[in-house]
Write a protein that binds this ligand. Sequence first.
Ligand code: PHE
Length: 345
Amino acid sequence: MSSNDGIDKLRAIEQQFDRERASVVDRKSLEDIRTRYLSRKSGLLTLQLQNLGQLPREQRAEFGQAANKVKAKIEASLETLQTAIVEREQHSSLEGEAIDVTLPGNRKRIGHRHPLTIVRKEIEDIFISMGYTVEDGPEVESTYYNFDALNIPAGHPARDPRDTFYISEQTLLRTHTSPVQVRTMEKIQPPVRIICPGRVFRRDQFDPTHSPMFHQVECLVVDQGITFGDLKGTLERFHKLFFGEKTRTRLRPSFFPFVEPGAEVDVSCGFCGGPGCRVCKGTGWIEVMGSGMVHPNLYGFVNYDAEKYTGFAFGGGIDRYAMLKYDINDLQLFFQNDMRFLQQF
Ligand code: PHE
């Protein structure tokens, strides 16, 4: 071998290195290429240098210089690649740790009131503002308070076990909030001005307008000189405050054993405003309550002087008020607790 052959070889190695360095992308490929060219035992360049001894003496210097030049070039090039790789690694690890302070945070969900609670409180607030107090009564009730003292005689269809959840012969889940009328009159003397919201129970199957448990609000006013006009005025005021000033209230003669006279209470349909629609079934009116003047027989049960006092009472479904207020067409939604529903309130 002559030094010229050797120098050609060196040039070929240098060119090969220049091609291969392009594929160095990380520490591993860098080490691979370093080993391939410079490893002490088998590096391509090392092997060339081992040929040095076989050259004629006068050619050794020239070849040696050329080989060292290539080696220096490769080493410098590897150095540059190494720096680039380290920089790239630092950059990408910083990038991975970076925090974008403009991203929205994880908002913690906080609880809020159930729609029925919202509506109950709204009703309570309206009556409290008119001077009423809020009373409570037991959900497990006696037949005496639920029926007898409300002038509902034995054998009345409302007492049928097919409609009422009996716990024993004389204990039941109250079917309405009206027993609180009697309990209140037993407790306090007129003037009486109370409302009582609460749960009531009837043997109904679930459907969009029925549930075996629902909510009512009862109202009772007893004093000297209370008239049917006071009943109508109170209902009108309440409905305007609850549904809006445009709302009208209508009373239709009806019968409940504990009032005389009795009336069904309708409000003007807030959805169509009168002409009739799906919600009011084309009538322009929606039935919301039962009402009437307290039946004198009740005063006998609670030792009120029926000659001295008169009063009115009404009771209606809180769930129904909530359905009308929020345009909800299925009562069951209130009790299924689907978060997609509840989150809307
Ligand atoms: N308690 C009656 C019902 O559940 C409603 C009502 C209350 C009627 C007060 C008249 C007076 O249907």
